[in-house]
Every structure is written in C-alpha cells, then in structure tokens.
Design a protein around this ligand. Structure first.
Ligand SMILES: Nc1ncnc2c1ncn2[C@@H]1O[C@H](COP(=O)(O)OP(=O)(O)OP(=O)(O)O)[C@@H](O)[C@H]1O
Ligand SMILES: [Mg+2]
Length: 304
C-alpha cells in the first residue's frame, strides 16, 4: 500500500529526516513513534506531497508520487497534526469543500458528509461555524475531513492530542473500526497505550531515522529484558558468580539486572546463599514504553 525509499528532508543545514525506508502492506496498521522533533510530521508531510522531499521516493498503491501524483493522492487520507479546517465554515461547508477537492459527485458527497458526521458525532452541530467548537470537536471535524473519500490509506498525525476523553475515545474507536474494515493506517501518537491497542507494528523514529521497526511483541522481546533489577548489600561479586548460571546478569555497582532462564525463586535463593542480601527488587515491565525508553533514552509522554 505504501512504499517509501530513502526519503529525506533538509532545511538548510538542518536535516529533519535522513533517509527513511518504510513498507506498509495493505490492511496493516503501523504506529509511528518518536520524541518531539524526531521527524514524524516531516516524513508524513512528504509522504502526502505537502512538503517537497530533498531525496527519496514515495509510492502509494503502486503509484509513484512524483510521476502519478493524482492517482497516489486520491488513495490517501491525511488527518494532520495542525488542524486543517476553516473556522468560519460549518462542518457541512468544510466537508463540501474538501469533498469537492477530492472530486466526489454531489450525490455521493451528501451521503458521505452525513456518514462521516455521524461517525465523529457531530451531526447535531453540523450547521454551526467551527469557530464555536471545542478543541475536541474541531479535532473530530479534522478527522471527518480525512475520511470523506474513504481513503485506502489513512495517515493520522497525533489525532487525539489535547482533546477531552470523550472526543479521544470517539476518534480512537473510529480509527479502530476503520482498521477492522480493512483500511491501511499509519498512526502517530504520544499515547503508548493507544498504539499498543491499535497497531500491529511500530516504527520508532529518532533523529530523522527509523531506529526500530517490527511487530510490537517482537520489539518488546528484543529490546526489553523481562526480569528484575536487584539492589544488593554484602558480597555482590559472589552473588553475581552464583546467579550467572541461572540467567543473564548485568551489574551496575551494587545493582544487578537478571533475566532468569527459568523461575525467579532459585535466583533469589542463590543470592542469599552467597551471603548477599537484597535491599530492593523491581520488576521490569515489558511494554512498548520500555522499548521506547531503551532505544531513545526518552520517555515519550514526558516530552510534552
Ligand atoms: N518548515 C521547517 N523549517 C525548518 N525546520 C523545520 C521545519 N519543519 C520542521 N523542521 C524541523 O525538523 C525537525 C523535525 O520536525 P517534525 O515536526 O517532523 O518532528 P515531529 O517528530 O513531528 O515532532 P512532534 O512530536 O513534536 O510533532 C525539527 O528539528 C524541526 O524543527
Ligand atoms: Mg509532529
């Protein structure tokens, strides 16, 4: 559905995106994660042809963005990070405008407008100018505009940021349903739990490059040791020697991190029998947040 090769963008001396490679199969839902300034929005903007690329190529459903831009873009829906709606216009007027840009005929356009307003829960406010809407309602209208022409590939750039829980839920459930019905999705969010629930696969971007790409379960298994961290007092050296046959051990001063080959109990027993005592024990949660932290050194959520 999407093939990105060597995609990059320089702003003068600053490289926003180095050389991105990304292949997305039809029906996949890929999460795009990265700290602030990683290059996510720039990459998305180039994929959609909104920002001109410095290097590389993009093809959507086999249509090259450079040589067949209309065929490529017709298959694409973008829900941008910065709201792209006209505040003076009502939802219906906004959607009539965007629908016309996508070349929807009058009958289909009216049917689609009614359908997407229902999906995002704005049917009862369809005749009011958008400037009177709350932030969450504007975000929902922003989403509706991206869904109007039933794109095969839907790209969402932080669609739930800064909105009330009710709107957030509505947006999230809408995206989930679209994925369920076969739409290919690229989803950028700072909310790990959304990405974990929604996406089959994640690509992590840092410093303008993809630093990890794979199924969430595989990334978690690869980049975060399960296991425990133990703070020891006494003969740490002897404890490490006794634990080494029982698991993977890394030592930092008086703390050791153990990923046991089997159960944890024998590890604890071995340490105590060796004459050291355990002053603190902490289990490592194996989730996407831990992968992100391990790979980028940042916590995603604290960035904002
Ligand atoms: N128009 C521009 N001119 C100059 N530099 C830019 C421009 N747009 C983006 N950049 C730079 O490119 C880098 C990547 O920005 P980008 O907006 O793609 O990051 P992001 O991953 O989307 O971050 P966020 O999570 O904050 O949305 C940043 O260093 C940014 O300052
Ligand atoms: Mg961004």
């Amino acid at each position: 559905m999407l093939s990105v090769r060597g995609l990059g963008k320089d702003y003068g001396a600053r490289t926003a995106v180095k050389a991105l490679d990304l292949e997305v199969a039809r029906g996949e839902c890929v999460g795009l994660l990265g700290p602030n300034g990683a290059g996510k929005t720039t990459a998305i903007s180039m994929i959609c042809g909104v920002v001109t690329r410095t290097r590389g190529s993009v093809a959507i459903a086999g249509h090259d963005l450079a040589t067949a831009p209309f065929a490529a873009k017709a298959r694409l829906g973008l829900v941008p990070q910065d709201l792209a709606i006209y505040e003076e216009l009502t939802p219906v007027e906004n959607l009539e405008f965007f629908g016309a840009l996508y070349g929807l005929d009058r009958a289909r356009l009216q049917a689609r407008i009614a359908a997407v307003l229902d999906v995002v829960g704005l049917s009862d406010r369809a005749g009011e100018p958008a400037r009177r809407f709350s932030g969450g309602m504007k975000r929902r209208l922003n989403l509706a505009a991206g869904l109007l022409h039933e794109p095969e590939l839907l790209i969402l750039d932080e669609p739930t940021v800064g909105v009330d829980p009710q709107s957030r839920n509505r947006i999230f459930e809408t995206v989930k349903r679209l994925h369920g019905s076969g739409t290919t999705i690229i989803y950028t969010s700072h909310y790990m739990e959304e990405v974990e629930e929604l996406c089959d696969r994640v690509a992590i971007i840092d410093g303008g490059a993809i630093i990890a790409d794979g199924a969430i379960a595989d990334l978690v298994a690869k980049h975060t040791g399960r296991g425990v961290e133990l703070e020891l007092a006494g003969d740490v050296e002897a404890a490490v020697a006794r634990v080494t046959p029982l698991g993977e051990v890394t030592r930092t001063g008086s703390a050791i991190r153990v990923v046991p080959h089997g159960a944890l109990a024998p590890v604890i027993a071995a340490i105590e029998e060796g004459g050291a005592s355990i002053t603190r024990i902490e289990s490592h949660e194996a989730n996407l947040e831990a992968v992100f932290l391990a790979l980028t050194g940042h916590e995603l959520r604290d960035e904002r």
